[in-house]
Design a protein around this ligand. Structure first.
Ligand code: ADP
Ligand code: MG
Length: 254
């Protein structure tokens, strides 16, 4: 017997809504009329040449940079400019960079457990239990008591992902998470990101890994010179990119 169709649910609001965002660094106009929605559970991959504004857009999304004009809302709440709201936002939006930024003099488990304990007041024992579970999820539970310098680059980046997840973010931002890694470590990190995507995490991923983009993205955003030039499916982007600039970019990178 077939299941009756459920009544049409109202289109849920996007988790991230970027509207007419401009960003200047002095005279330099680096984000131009940027509009972007990210739906809950969606994986948006941002690609584009160096200097096109990908990192700046990510940094604006978690308010590491201020925008010059326009609006960014996360889960319906406009980005705060300062104060208490900013700390809440930082907890809601996890970010993983090219460089791992772990605390060198803390164990891997402390790196994961300390922010929930200090910022979110999770009791230390619970924060450490949850931290260990996250390290297990990214495949490095056996490294919990090591220091970051004792880990490979791929393991450090997986620790950085676990650390971001420890704050239970609604959104994860990845800015070229594998660019600093030796080639043999790229896939172990991309596999972790892919499994997060499969579990329904909403994410924005800046990457030059086109195989990953093709496999994991729900949408591909192509940026060039501060603008979103294409916003499409991976299938269309890789086979029928519309703009000359995207085709030129792809011809260099593929
Ligand atoms: P991408 O990540 O796509 O390589 P970025 O967002 O890093 O691009 O940079 C976009 C442009 O903004 C570049 O021209 C870069 O030089 C400039 N830019 C980035 N950060 C700063 C900053 N803090 N001050 C001045 N210019 C910056
Ligand atoms: Mg960048």
């Amino acid at each position: 017997m077939s299941t009756p169709a459920s009544p049409a649910a109202p289109a849920s609001a996007p988790l991230v809504a970027v509207r007419e965002v401009q960003k200047h660094f002095g005279d330099h106009h680096v984000l131009k009329d940027v509009d972007l929605d990210v739906a809950r559970g969606e994986v948006v991959v941002i690609v584009g040449p160096s200097g096109s504004g990908k990192s700046t857009l990510c940094r604006c999304l978690n308010r590491l940079e201020t925008i010059t004009s326009g609006t960014i809302t996360i889960d319906g709440v406009p980005l705060p400019s300062e104060g208490r709201g900013l700390a809440d936002l930082r907890a809601e939006v996890g970010m993983v960079f090219q460089s791992f930024n772990l605390f060198a003099h803390r164990t891997v488990l402390d790196n994961v457990a300390l922010a929930p304990h200090i910022v979110s007041k999770v009791p230390l024992k619970k924060a450490r239990e949850e931290g260990l579970a996250l390290l297990d999820r990214v495949g490095i539970a056996d490294k919990a008591d090591r220091f970051p310098g004792e880990l490979s680059g791929g393991q450090q980046q997986r620790a950085a992902i676990a650390r971001a997840l420890a704050m239970k973010p609604k959104l994860m931002l990845f800015d070229e998470p594998t660019s600093a890694l030796d080639p043999e470590m790229v896939s172990e990190v991309l596999d972790v990101i892919t499994s997060l995507a499969e579990e329904g995490m909403t994410m924005v991923v800046v990457t030059h890994e086109m195989g990953f983009a093709r496999r994991a993205a729900d949408r591909v955003i192509f940026m060039d010179d501060g603008r979103i030039v294409e916003d499409t499916t991976p299938e269309r982007f890789f086979t029928h990119a519309e703009s000359d600039r995207a085709r030129a970019f792809l011809s260099k990178i593929l």
